[in-house]
Design a protein around this ligand. Structure first.
Ligand code: PLP
Length: 394
């Protein structure tokens, strides 16, 4: 390790690794493990996307494309962004990357200088702080809780600002909490930073997966903010295309160009075949998205009700994405079946080792005392998992 670069040494190993490895091992040993730790839809990629990919292979669309993605895909993204967010982008204001992950990493590398401060509300998606770390910046984490519906307030944002604040990262709907900022909440947050030279990276990965009357609202839509907002999204979650690796940002052209410069030296274009599949996904029959959204909504309602019936467990109703983030603070400090439950990490280990339910402890997302459960699983498995949890805690 003494030969490794400092940038690697200061990176954190994912806290989820231990439990994921344990879950794998237990499954391999033949245990009936129910895994609610996955970050991907359990539905297949739509046929029309797969067919476009097959056609791409058969017609030799298998070479490098433009670094920033094919003009056809960038146009399709600009159009779907306009339709969904109500904000217009030129195809030149879009760059396609290898998944939402690379798209966001590019933007952070392009904007975040040494010592710059990046405000990240917690619980956060695990990669945000590590990307900032890699860029040499400093994460300023703002805590939220079940009581605040996992949303930061304008006052909290205001008090975190310093002359070094460069970026605010918002992820609404949120992974891991499912929280969604309303239009009024987004406007209130933007009025705190408007005119102060602060950028917003708006990770809108789950914007099509919202429930009830929830309406996501993009910060890019706030008057005067479009030039300061980087919207990121991908086909990954909306179209069950996590393995295809197609994501993007829509942003002012100078930022897109900078991301293109980085990408051209690191990876070049996203896979040509995947880009064809992404065009088909974005321009095909969208009714499949809504059908799946409704299925997720049923599961969300079930999980919210069932988890709140477990002693010591308390969950807010997620408004989007496919995760629920219950507090397990009511069981912390207890010793059950010989296992001392001092932290949510202990609780996650206990549930896995003794009751064969795999979850992700809140620690992974910068929030002690919670578990993340993905409801991208069949109702049958969700029912089984919850009844195992109920038995475990009573
Ligand atoms: N942003 C959030 C909030 C996510 O949950 C994920 C995936 O888990 C990503 C970005 C990255 O997605 P992709 O698979 O497109 O790289």
């Amino acid at each position: 390790a003494r030969f490794l670069a400092k940038r690697v040494l200061r990176m954190q190993e994912s806290e989820t690794m231990r439990i994921t490895a344990l879950a794998k091992k237990m499954k391999a040993e033949g245990h009936d493990v129910i895994s609610l730790s996955a970050g991907e839809p359990d539905f297949p990629t739509p046929d029309f996307a797969c067919e476009a990919a097959i056609h791409a292979v058969q017609t030799g669309f298998t070479k490098y494309t433009e670094n920033a993605g094919t003009p056809e895909l960038r146009k399709a993204i600009a159009e779907s962004t306009k339709a969904d967010l109500g904000v217009a982008y030129l195809p030149e204001e879009v760059i396609v990357s290898n998944g939402g992950k690379q798209a966001i990493a590019n933007a952070i590398l392009a904007l975040c200088d040494d010592e710059d401060e990046v405000i990240i509300p917690a619980p956060y998606w695990v990669s945000f702080p590590e990307m900032v770390n890699l860029a040499g910046g400093k994460s300023v984490v703002l805590e939220t809780s079940l009581e605040s519906n996992f949303k930061i307030t304008p006052e909290q944002l205001q008090s975190a600002l310093t002359p070094k604040t460069k970026i605010l990262i918002l992820n609404s709907p949120s992974n891991p909490t499912g929280a969604v900022y309303s239009e009024a909440e987004v406007r209130a947050l933007m009025s705190v930073i408007k005119g102060k030279g602060i950028f917003v990276i708006s990770d809108e990965m789950y914007n099509k997966l919202v429930y009830g009357n929830t309406q996501p609202f993009s910060p890019a839509k706030v008057e005067g903010m479009r030039d300061w907002v980087i919207v990121s999204n991908a086909v990954s979650k909306t179209y069950s295309m996590t393995g295809w690796r197609v994501g993007w940002i829509a942003a002012p052209k100078w930022i897109v160009n900078a991301c293109g410069k980085i990408q051209s030296q690191m990876t070049s274009n996203a896979a040509s075949v995947s880009q064809k599949a992404a065009i088909a996904a974005l321009t095909g029959d969208q009714s499949i998205v809504d059908a799946r959204r409704r299925e997720f909504e049923k599961r969300r309602d079930f999980m919210h009700r069932a988890l709140n019936e477990i002693p010591g467990v308390s969950a807010a109703l997620p408004e989007g994405a496919f995760y629920i983030f219950p507090s397990v603070k009511g069981v912390l400090g207890k010793t059950i079946e010989g296992k001392n439950l001092a932290s949510s990490l202990d609780v996650a280990e206990f549930l896995l080792e003794k009751h064969y339910v795999a979850t992700v402890p809140g620690e992974a997302f910068g929030a002690q005392g919670y578990l993340r459960l993905s409801y991208a699983a069949s109702i049958e498995n969700l029912e089984k998992a919850v009844s195992r949890m109920k038995k475990a805690f009573s």
